[in-house]
Write a protein that binds this ligand. Sequence first.
Ligand SMILES: NC(=O)c1ccc[n+]([C@@H]2O[C@H](COP(=O)([O-])OP(=O)(O)OC[C@H]3O[C@@H](n4cnc5c(N)ncnc54)[C@H](OP(=O)(O)O)[C@@H]3O)[C@@H](O)[C@H]2O)c1
Length: 293
Amino acid sequence: MKYRRLGKTELSVSAVGLGTWQFSGVWGKHFEQCEVDEIFARARELGINFLDTAECYGPNHLAERLIGNAIASDRERWLVATKFGHNPGNGLGDENYGPVQVLIQLEDSLRALRTDYIDVYQLHSAPNEYFDNDALWTMLDKQVDAGKVRFLGNSIAPRMQAQLAKSLDYGIGVIQVPYNALQRRAARLLFPMAQEMDLGVIARAPLAMGLLSGRYRQGHVFEDVRAMFIQQAQVNERLAAAAELLRDKPRSMAPSTWANAWCLQESQVSTVIPGVKSVAQLEMNALAGDVQL
Ligand SMILES: NC(=O)c1ccc[n+]([C@@H]2O[C@H](COP(=O)([O-])OP(=O)(O)OC[C@H]3O[C@@H](n4cnc5c(N)ncnc54)[C@H](OP(=O)(O)O)[C@@H]3O)[C@@H](O)[C@H]2O)c1
């Protein structure tokens, strides 16, 4: 495994990290604690030290609780990134991004993760009006001073250049963006500015939610959370584009390894966080931390 600098935070993150939305139960599989423990045990062996999660991945901080139990014995070995604010399921709507609610979420995340600090605490897909809130960032600064949070981050979409431009005003040192061989807009719209500001960059969905895994054929109908996020016409279009791209990969390389390695060719990317459902998937993804395309 190779390690990269997470921008101005100076954290040394594994080039391949671990995405954990899959533990929430909405990806067509429910995880037992022993399965998550196995994934983390193998991740340790493979040199992975970075994970991404969120308070809203599953009811009552489910993914965070599974992770907290899996890393309780060696918490300090891990760099834990979690997120706050975006939880359509909890009925709090706009309030969810306010300082009072976010502080409650932070305390709950710390409890779920069985830790007294979070390495990277990210605003989760917030509209501009909730991002531009001095009271929120002032409260978060206090949590940094108190040692509950080490660094602040912002998880955004490529079109959110306005938020990116204000990162330094609000003490944000890390951004998380969708970036993969099928969705490249972040490289053009965000990476140059992120480089200027020396922000760490977490590339999410490196496999385009599985469409670059080589497992799916034209006409495949997803019955999990992907049915909500990718329209059927887009599934077909993206699978056709993926097949075209995968034709050029080295023959001996698994599509998933190639897809992660493709993202890591971009020096602005500090780490990719493929979401995994099994030890076998984890292993194929981790290989990307050692190959050069
Ligand atoms: N707004 C945000 O902040 C936000 C949004 C999205 C994601 N995220 C974060 O980013 C992470 C990654 O994004 P993502 O999970 O949406 O997309 P992804 O990483 O591109 O795709 C994950 C899916 O790809 C398949 N896969 C993974 N490794 C594989 C392998 N080696 N071989 C074959 N298939 C493999 C699995 O699906 P199947 O086995 O079912 O095909 C898995 O569920 C998430 O887990 C989450 O932590 C954050």
